[in-house]
Design a protein around this ligand. Structure first.
Ligand SMILES: Cc1cc2nc3c(=O)[nH]c(=O)nc-3n(C[C@H](O)[C@H](O)[C@H](O)COP(=O)(O)OP(=O)(O)OC[C@H]3O[C@@H](n4cnc5c(N)ncnc54)[C@H](O)[C@@H]3O)c2cc1C
Length: 387
């Protein structure tokens, strides 16, 4: 076991950190206040190789691994959680579903565009009536013979879709055999501009105001069979593989926000003077900083363990859920403590910590709530293969 990052990984970490200091941190508060998706930074992010980091070079990716992706997502999310979520979901939901379940032709057709940033990706599972219970999906895909062969007609709606109104390429899960619930789901790629596909309302959120979250309407959208991803009725099996990796990304995302909160609190505690000394001299503040540092270290190590296991080709259902569950809760506690350490200024919009606290809450909800992670972990530990 070696905890030292490779030279390449240190360079990646440093270059993302420098990019964020220059191109993201100075603007993040404004983008959030304006509730504006910063499309102008997508090209520079793509040029850094951060779209498709873990996708092989032959499909336009950087050919690196999940640990590299976790390092980059942590750095980006420390700078701006909204942008960190864009990179995590673009890479690990949309691109990964196409990479893991797509045919060679589908990989060739879509991954280059997604890796170059010419197209942003979105991944559409959640619906108004089906969140944790994916098998309750009502979006239907009906097979028919068209003039050019087999085609599918998709109809229904999706909710809370990240990049919902700015994406060019959508992966959509739809029910092909409703009686089979989640075992009857199939995935399709739908491109922007396809007749019948349109973004619905933009969701006004508690946090992540610079992240684009929209409902999606599918009104008799016709796609050829060539745009079906994976086998019919196997969409949820592939989704489980996608989420095993996606949850590592959410863990890294949470650690990045928690780290931003910790760093802000540490620096504030050394400057703020009460009772004639910096508040960092008080034991109560030191205990909070020690807890934050300890829990964020533990969270990062859990994220890295799952990432390294993925890079070694191992199944990480349990490890990904453990990392996501622990990191999201540790980061939420760190953000809450950062507001507390800032006192009244933490509650004011002049300091970024209130934004971190609002943003980080999503980690306990998206890609499976904390309650769902516990169901997954319990199911895995009850199989008894590992402690
Ligand atoms: C900002 C944002 C971005 C998102 N981006 C995307 C995206 O890009 N693509 C996408 O498909 N979805 C996306 N989502 C949706 C997200 O994944 C869902 O919100 C999440 O899976 C929870 O589903 P739900 O909101 O329907 O809650 P519900 O499933 O209705 O859950 C409500 C509560 O009940 C609990 N609960 C449900 N079932 C159980 C159970 N069996 N046992 C115990 N407790 C249970 C939950 O834990 C939760 O506390 C996003 C959501 C947000 C807020």
């Amino acid at each position: 076991m070696n905890f030292e990052l490779s030279q390449e990984q240190k360079i990646l970490q440093r270059s993302v950190r420098e990019f964020c200091a220059r191109a993201i941190i100075p603007h993040a508060a404004r983008w959030n206040e304006e509730a504006r998706f910063p499309m102008e930074v997508i090209e520079p992010i793509a040029q850094l190789g951060l779209l498709g980091i873990h996708i092989p070079e032959r499909y336009g990716g950087a050919g690196m691994g999940m640990l590299d992706l976790a390092l980059a997502v942590e750095e980006l999310s420390r700078a701006d959680a909204s942008l960190g979520l864009t990179v995590a979901s673009h890479n690990l939901l949309c691109m990964d579903h196409i990479y893991l379940a797509g045919s060679e032709a589908q990989r060739e057709r879509y991954l280059h565009r997604l890796a170059s940033g010419r197209a942003l990706g979105a991944w559409c599972l959640t619906e108004p009536g089906s969140g944790s219970d994916a098998g309750a999906a009502r979006t239907r895909a009906v097979r028919r013979e068209g003039p050019c062969g087999v085609e599918w007609v998709l109809s229904g709606s999706k909710s809370f879709i990240t990049q919902g109104s700015v994406a060019e390429i959508y992966v959509v899960l739809a029910s092909t055999t409703p009686a089979r619930k989640q075992k009857g789901l199939t995935a399709f790629v739908v491109e922007k501009g396809t007749q019948g596909l349109r973004p619905g309302r933009l969701v006004e959120k508690m946090g992540l105001w610079a992240s684009d979250t929209a409902d999606i309407v599918l009104d008799d959208v016709v796609v050829p069979d060539a745009q079906r991803l994976g086998q019919v009725d196997q969409g949820f099996v592939d989704t489980a593989r996608v989420l095993d990796r996606g949850r590592i990304g959410i863990g890294a995302w949470a650690v990045g926000i928690g780290r931003a909160a910790f760093e802000a609190a540490r620096s504030y505690s050394q400057q703020r003077v009460q009772f004639g000394k910096p508040i960092s001299e008080f034991q109560a503040i030191r205990t909070m900083l020690a807890d934050m540092a300890t829990e964020l270290d533990a969270a990062r190590l859990l994220v890295w363990r799952a990432a390294v296991m993925q890079d070694c080709g191992q199944r990480t259902t349990r490890e990904s859920s453990v990392a996501k569950l622990y990191a999201s809760q540790a980061a939420a506690r760190a953000c809450d403590a950062a507001v507390q350490i800032h006192g009244g200024y933490g509650y004011a919009r002049d300091f970024p910590v209130e934004r971190y606290l609002r943003d980080v809450k999503l980690a306990e909800i998206g890609e499976g709530t904390s309650e769902i992670q516990k169901l997954v972990i319990a199911r895995e530990v009850l199989k008894g293969s590992r402690t």
